[in-house]
Design a protein around this ligand. Sequence first.
Ligand code: C2E
Ligand code: MG
Ligand code: MG
Ligand code: MG
Length: 290
Amino acid sequence: AAKDVGKNSFHFFNDQMLIDISKALELESELQTALDQEQFCLFLQPKFDLVTGVLDSFEALVRWRHPEKGMIMPNHFIPQMEEGELIFQLGRWVISHGLNIIKGLEKSGLGKYKLAVNLSARQFCDDKLVDYLKDCLSDISGDRLELEITENVLIHSSGLAASVMKQANELGVTVALDDFGTGYSSLSYLRQLPVDVIKLDRSFIAPTEDNQESRMIVESVIDLAHKLNKTVVAEGIETQEHLTFLQNSRCDSAQGFLLSKPIDEIDLPDILAKGEVKQQAFDRILPDAT
Ligand code: C2E
Ligand code: MG
Ligand code: MG
Ligand code: MG
């Protein structure tokens, strides 16, 4: 039997796996360099109040501006960073850099916006996170920051995450449950956790266009959220039909390619100064709201 085990474990590490491991190690060291040399950047996606059409906040979406490979999307490096300690460094950078952008826009008279950042599971279980937030919020009010957390994050770590969320709440920071509806036990989380906002995943929004049951589900979730004193953001608004439906369903805020794609932080001041983003939202929202 011992011989069999040995044989099996020999086969366990085949050539492909060794290649994968060395690729992963290479990526790991490239990512550390990227952090040290500030190769990461933020794209900011506008979020609009569905009643007034006003742009009131931005979601920070991280990108890796790779010196040779160009722009790399988060699904290509976040999972790898989540396995080690790098995710903590990246997460802290997103919060402080994102807030600096928001502060800069306000100083330049380009508007007073809220920032939403995505946090990884492990970050939400980091008891030093709250101290870090306090530092970042020394010169801006806590209610200008929202932390987005995905449901599956909570499955393994509900107790600790809940305590971090409560402490964030005490700083005025709001918490949004991201990708709502794609995880497990969504409804019990709503009861257990100090969540202020529900972010409906775009897989919920897409089928509302031609499916009556999908529309009923979305309407019911919005009603339920409101009864529980929570607000609802819909993500992935891609068509005028989505927008009209969500306005009629009393959804509070919306985000999506129809309204605006995520904007490179470098271009953002200019785009806001020219009124390009705001204009677009009013054009699309007001005709239906009146
Ligand atoms: P998410 O938080 O659900 O972010 C929304 C994603 O949907 C973004 O992709 C955004 O570009 C995309 N999106 C927005 N509007 C539309 C639309 O109308 N249609 C479609 N098809 N897509 C739309 P992105 O930037 O590739 O981010 C993917 C995920 O990566 C995010 O999902 C989030 O979970 C994660 N992520 C992004 N930035 C960070 C970060 O700083 N930290 C962590 N931990 N995760 C991040
Ligand atoms: Mg998000
Ligand atoms: Mg989503
Ligand atoms: Mg989302």
